[in-house]
Design a protein around this ligand. Structure first.
Ligand SMILES: [Zn+2]
Length: 231
């Protein structure tokens, strides 16, 4: 049924030659303009028709990574301007990173998100955005059946989201969704009590707003699930 499917624009289309804003290396970025989803899982991971590894690749293509220095970003490289300090900081962080050193040569699909998180720190991203990159890395790991890495990125996402809830004055939908995700990721990590507390917190933030009624329903459903799992 085509109407149940939704094309998710990622803001770019067609193959393209790009130049790395950090090291100047020119390469052809592989990416997709749109992909089709058939709903989302309870941590908002898109369900994509076909093999899970194909889905992982489509999600992964939301980030461009330089094959020479591993600079990575969700934005089009052509639209990026990095200050001298940001460039210097990104370069240093990428060089020092242990995971990149180990995995650079075989470049698993989650690596681009990891690199984008490192570069996001150098570029002064908000914790909310860093958490989102880690969340997307965990989706890719799940589709690739990389369980330990999935948990690693879920945990990192939780830490960024908690910092965001504490420091970044989130409001409205973003506040509710972030609090919910702290609960949901804790549930997936096996911390059921913690999950239940955060579902309650998330429910308080929606205050019966009809625009987030879908989230209230999701919170109810996942609360029941966490209660069963905690028992
Ligand atoms: Zn580069």
């Amino acid at each position: 049924m085509m109407h149940a499917r939704r094309a998710v624009p990622v803001g770019r289309s067609g193959p393209k030659h790009v130049t790395c804003p950090v090291c100047g290396y020119a390469f052809r970025a592989s990416h997709v303009g749109t992909y089709v989803t058939v709903g989302r899982e309870s941590d908002f991971c898109p369900k994509i028709p076909g093999r899970p590894s194909d889905g992982a690749r489509l999600i992964r293509n939301g980030v461009t990574m330089c094959p020479a220095c591993s600079f990575a970003a969700g934005e089009d490289f052509g639209d990026l301007y990095l200050s001298f300090d940001e460039r210097y900081d990104a370069e240093a962080r990428l060089e020092e990173d242990g995971l990149l050193r180990v995995f650079r040569s075989n470049s698993p699909p989650w690596l681009a998100f990891h690199a984008a998180e490192i570069c996001g720190k150098a570029r002064g991203f908000r914790s909310r955005e860093l958490g989102d990159l880690c969340l997307r890395a965990s989706w890719v790991c799940r589709k690739e059946r990389e369980r330990p890495f999935e948990s690693t990125f879920q945990l990192r996402a939780v830490r960024h989201f908690l910092r965001s809830l504490q420091d970044e004055n989130l409001v409205g939908r973003e506040l509710s969704v972030t609090a919910y995700l702290v609960g949901e990721l804790n549930r997936r990590l096996g911390n059921h009590r913690e999950a239940l507390n955060w579902y309650v917190n998330a429910g308080r933030t929606t205050e019966g707003d009809p625009r987030v009624a879908w989230l209230d329903r999701l919170i109810d459903r996942q609360t029941k699930l966490a209660e069963e799992q905690a028992a």
